[in-house]
Design a protein around this ligand. Structure first.
Ligand code: SF4
Length: 341
């Protein structure tokens, strides 16, 4: 596979150009094309010499990701099935909300984590994405929108902390002041609870948002929904989260998918609040998106409101997220899974 140029930092592009016998300003031009203009074809890069393009094209590609299929409506949630250089495919989603556009990127082809209600888990794991394949998803959306997206969330297919180095590199590129310059606080890394990743992130000195998926108020239920509980138990995970908030002075968002009759009772809300009360955090409640492979429904609106109120009564802040994009297979992994069927 050729190396994705979008995954190279300015100094790496400079070294590449130097190796090809070109002056440093060529690297700046190349960076501009890739990270500011969102170019994906050599013929778009009119001010670069043919010799440089020919040399780079032997080992590198400016088009690591191509749109294979699009669903959704302009102005609403849009979802792209994105093809990669080796024939694999991933998903990228655009979620517009009022005055902000949020891109949801994938970090792996498939996922190893096996969460019960996730379509990505059902089609198995193939490989990690390179940093350039993650950046290229945001660039694809920027080109489709005709402007820079406001927020990036790492909540698509894959577990970001299972591909830590590429994910962090992509964050640094998206955040680069000479590139898309997406503020670190507008970038959210979402983990199913990989403790070493949370620990490493706490030491990075980068102000990204961290979100951790719990989906259950206690270890017993969490184990049934998320096999990662066997490797990184909830009590250890929450201890690590408390350390993270103490070290970074930042709060954590906990994701909690509400499933009717499974984890949506008032007792569940009370138990959850009891565990989370001790450090700065908020809970994002998400109604279950229907997935063919998981029998379950979202609770009624009244049940979800009552759950939220029960959390807040016990001092834990929460929000109830609208389920977006049912019509566009927006639960992660659904579009790719259907494309494989
Ligand atoms: S929910 Fe996320 S971590 Fe869990 S299997 Fe799906 S993609 Fe992986």
């Amino acid at each position: 596979m050729k190396i994705a140029l979008q995954g190279l930092l300015p100094e790496e592009l400079q070294a590449l150009c130097k190796e090809a016998g070109q002056p440093a300003f060529r690297a700046k031009q190349l960076w501009q094309w890739l990270q500011v203009q969102g170019a994906t074809r050599w013929d778009q890069m009119g001010n670069l010499p043919r010799a440089l393009k020919d040399t780079l094209a032997e080992t590198h590609t400016p088009e690591p990701a191509k749109i294979r299929k699009e669903s959704g409506e302009p102005g609403g949630t849009r979802k792209w099935l994105v093809g990669l250089d080796d024939g694999e495919s991933i998903e990228t989603v655009l979620i517009p909300a009022r005055d902000r556009n949020t891109v949801c990127v994938s970090t792996q082809v498939g996922c190893k984590m096996g969460c019960a209600f996730c379509a990505s888990a059902k089609c198995g794991y193939a490989r990690n994405l390179a940093a350039g394949e993650i950046v290229a998803q945001v660039q694809l959306v920027a080109v489709a929108l005709g402007k820079r997206p406001d927020n990036v969330v790492y909540m698509g297919m894959g577990e970001p902390f299972d591909n830590y180095d590429a994910v962090l590199k992509s964050v640094r590129i998206l955040n680069h002041p000479d590139g898309l310059n997406i503020g670190a606080r507008r970038i959210t890394l979402s983990t199913s609870g990989v403790i070493p990743g949370i620990r490493r992130l706490a030491g990075e000195g980068i102000q990204v948002e961290l979100s951790v998926s719990l989906h259950a108020p206690n270890p017993e239920l969490r184990r049934k929904l998320m096999p990662i509980e066997n490797k990184y138990p909830m009590d250890d995970l929450l201890r690590e989260c408390a350390d993270y908030t103490a070290k970074t002075k930042r709060h954590i968002t906990f994701e909690y998918t509400l499933i009717q009759g499974v984890n949506d009772s008032l007792r569940d809300a009370e138990e959850l609040a009891g565990r989370l009360r001790r450090f700065p955090c908020r809970v994002n409640l998400i109604p279950l998106s229907p997935v063919d492979e998981f029998k379950g429904d979202a609770p009624s609106r009244e049940t979800m409101d009552a759950f939220l109120r029960a959390l807040e009564k016990r001092g834990v802040e929460g929000t109830l997220r609208e389920s977006k994009g049912k019509g566009v297979d927006a639960a992660c992994g659904q579009l790719r899974r259907r494309s494989q069927a």
